[in-house]
Structure formats: C-alpha cells, structure tokens
Design a protein around this ligand. Structure first.
Ligand SMILES: Nc1ncnc2c1ncn2[C@@H]1O[C@H](COP(=O)(O)OP(=O)(O)OP(=O)(O)O)[C@@H](O)[C@H]1O
Ligand SMILES: [Mg+2]
Length: 229
C-alpha cells in the first residue's frame, strides 16, 4: 500500500512565544494511503481544520514534517510549494467560495487557468457527469442552490486532477437530504478517479462511511478506526 501523505510528529502552535500561545496540534503521526477515504472527527476546537490546512500546505507547521509520496513538503521552495498545492491538492470548504461574477463552468476552470494549463476535456466531462452538474455550466452562483454550488465547488477542486482531496465540513451548510446526496456524489467521484479523500465532519453517520475514522482530542490523535471495504 502506497503512503501518499504522512505526518511525522506534527506540531502547530498559534502565536508562539506569546501569552496567547495555543498548541493546536501536539505531535500528530498519521499515514494516509493512496485512494482511501478518511474522516477526521472530534469536538469543536480540537484541531481538525488546523490539520487539514497543514496537509494542504495552506499553512506551515511549527514542528515536525509532512511527507508527500516520501518527499518533505515544507522543504520545497515557495514556488514549488505553490505548485504542489495547485497540482496535488483539491480543497472543498464549508462556504463554497465560488466567484460570484463567474459562471459555474468558469469557476471550475479557474484553477487550471491560474496554473496556465488547459483542461483535460475527457476527464472534466467525467467529473461533471459524476457530480450531475452538466445543466448548471452557464449559471451564476446566485442562480444555484447551496447543494448545486457545493457540487460545482467540488468539480473545481477536482479540475486539476489532484491526488488528494481535502474537505472541511463540506456539507455543513446543507440540509440533511442535500448533504447526503452531495457526499454520495463526492465519495463516488473520488473513488472513480482513484483520489484520496480526507474529510472533516461533525456528523457520525458520515464518518462511519469512511474507510478510516481519525479522532482528535485537544490536538492529539486519540483513536483510529479502520473499516474494511
Ligand atoms: N489563526 C489562529 N490563531 C490563533 N488560534 C487559532 C487560529 N486558528 C485556530 N486557532 C485555535 O486552535 C485550536 C484548533 O482550531 P481548529 O480551527 O483547528 O479547530 P476545529 O477542530 O477545526 O474546530 P471546529 O470544529 O469548530 O471547526 C482552537 O483552540 C482555535 O481557537
Ligand atoms: Mg474547523
């Protein structure tokens, strides 16, 4: 089994060296295997978003390392790090974060355009089909429901064919039915494309569908549950 991401004694302290210093992660050691589906669970403030941001290199650790396919992510130059983020990582946020003045299709293509690359048409067509958003391409975010916007945001996260998809409470703003449908489509899409999915959730029903549940308590991993299948 191939480790796509690994954290080694990962620490994150906010405001280090000040009276407000806060150890959000305290020595996290985790291995993420290519193509698997992980759920990160734990109480509000335990460090879930902090961990996801570090895994996606949106923020830097104060101690320890992250390896991607064996290579030290933060040993790279800023430029290489930005490239890693654009090409290897897809991020889905709770607030869909679509650009309001652009259509769904323009939003989906945006990360590729920023990277100066053309879309793999066949692949994107497959993503659009799997997420059932073909009919939304020319709509603006204000013309779409929350669930539709989130499916477009997922397509945008997948557009650059990232190996790793990070999702932070992606259905936190959706009603239970829409949430279930969106997660089903996300799960089926990443499985079909062979991507690794790491998802933060408060919802135990959602967490139980993952192949691995990782529980965090006050910045430390307290439990990992494997589910076969
Ligand atoms: N930028 C920041 N500056 C200072 N402290 C921060 C910052 N971001 C997070 N924290 C603190 O770090 C701890 C972990 O925060 P984090 O956002 O990772 O929690 P979380 O598990 O995602 O919580 P939630 O479920 O509410 O989203 C919290 O105590 C939080 O107050
Ligand atoms: Mg959070």
């Amino acid at each position: 089994m191939e480790n796509i991401l690994q954290t080694i004694d990962l620490w994150k302290t906010y405001n280090p060296g000040t009276p407000q210093a806060m150890d959000a992660l305290r020595g996290v050691n985790l291995c993420f295997v290519k193509g698997r589906y992980y759920a990160i669970i734990g109480k509000s403030g335990c460090g879930k978003s902090t961990l996801l941001h570090l895994l996606g290199a949106l923020d830097t650790p104060t101690g320890g390392k992250i390896l991607c396919a064996g290579e030290d992510v933060f040993a790279r130059s800023r430029r290489e790090l930005a490239r890693f983020r654009r090409r290897q990582i897809g991020f889905v946020f709770q607030a869909y974060n679509l650009l309001q003045e652009h259509t769904a299709w323009e939003n989906i293509l945006m990360p590729l355009h920023l990277d100066g690359r053309d879309a793999d048409e066949g692949y994107l067509q497959r993503v659009v089909q799997l997420l059932e958003i073909d009919g939304l391409k020319n709509k603006y975010p204000s013309q779409m429901s929350g669930g539709e916007q989130q499916r477009v945001a997922i397509a945008r996260a997948l557009a650059a064919k990232p190996a790793i998809v990070l999702a932070d409470e992606p259905t936190g703003n959706l009603d239970p039915n829409t949430s279930r449908q969106t997660l089903r489509l996300l799960k089926e899409t990443v499985a079909d494309l062979g991507q690794t999915l790491i998802l933060v959730t408060h919802d135990m029903d959602v967490a139980e569908q993952a192949q691995e549940q990782i529980r965090i308590h006050q910045g430390e991993i307290t439990e990992i549950i494997h589910r076969e299948g």
